[in-house]
Write a protein of this length. Sequence first.
Length: 294
Amino acid sequence: MTTNFKCGTVAIVGRPNVGKSTLLNHILGLKLAITSRKAQTTRHRLLGIHTTADTQFIFVDTPGFQQKHLNALNKSLNKTVTQVLNEVDVVLFVIEPMKLGQADEIVLKLLPKNKPVILVVNKADLMGDKNNLLPLIQDFDLLHPFSSIVPVSAKKNLYIDDLLEAVRAHLPEQAAIYGEDELTDKNERFLAAEMIREKIFRLLGDEIPYSIAVEIEKFETVNNLRRIFAAIIVDKDSQKPMIIGKRGDKLKQISTEARQDMEKLFGSKVYLETWVKVKGGWADNERALKSLGY
């Protein structure tokens, strides 16, 4: 590693569904954080570690700050966002290329004044010429003392290097905290649960309510085979058939697609068994939240 090696933590914050997890995945070059069109897909503080020859970027993907449905789950997620902002070296505030909406303004007010905040304008490819962003940038300069403003397109992998360069300028000079080949602080059990949850949101969309969780009841590795047994937790009996589908077709599709993603990430064969359980009111029950890792 070089003598002027830099290493530090970087929070990725923004309103729900603005592309924070997609941005993290493209920086890492693999699918670590789950994504879907459903707002508030991300529920956990997730570290994504990107190490280059002269820098280790430790990204913290946070839940979108939630103002609606303030049950115990969402209050816990909002607390995660505010904690992260106080702990990191650099903050990335991700928006879309348009006027600030009310949800963006709420996050804007949380941004720390005492540390570098980079405004990341995602989906910049939709704006055409980069010069089209100038009026927007001038407006934002009045709202917060941003260290820099970087347009990117997470989905099309555009200007990611420019963003990393802007972040590196603010990281402290110190040795790497994690090994060169480490990608996250989360274990495979956690990642398996997240991949199942993503498939539920992607395949059922607005049909399924937000209060769905996944509990890995058993995870074992035998030679190059991971055997995973997972319960999908729903709030009401009426939600079970939505996930199972006719003759179990929907649950089979969820399991097959989740298993394929796990095999890519874990680099091994996966045997996955899933079923659906009802735990009424879990999203507003402190004890249930703790047992599910929130």
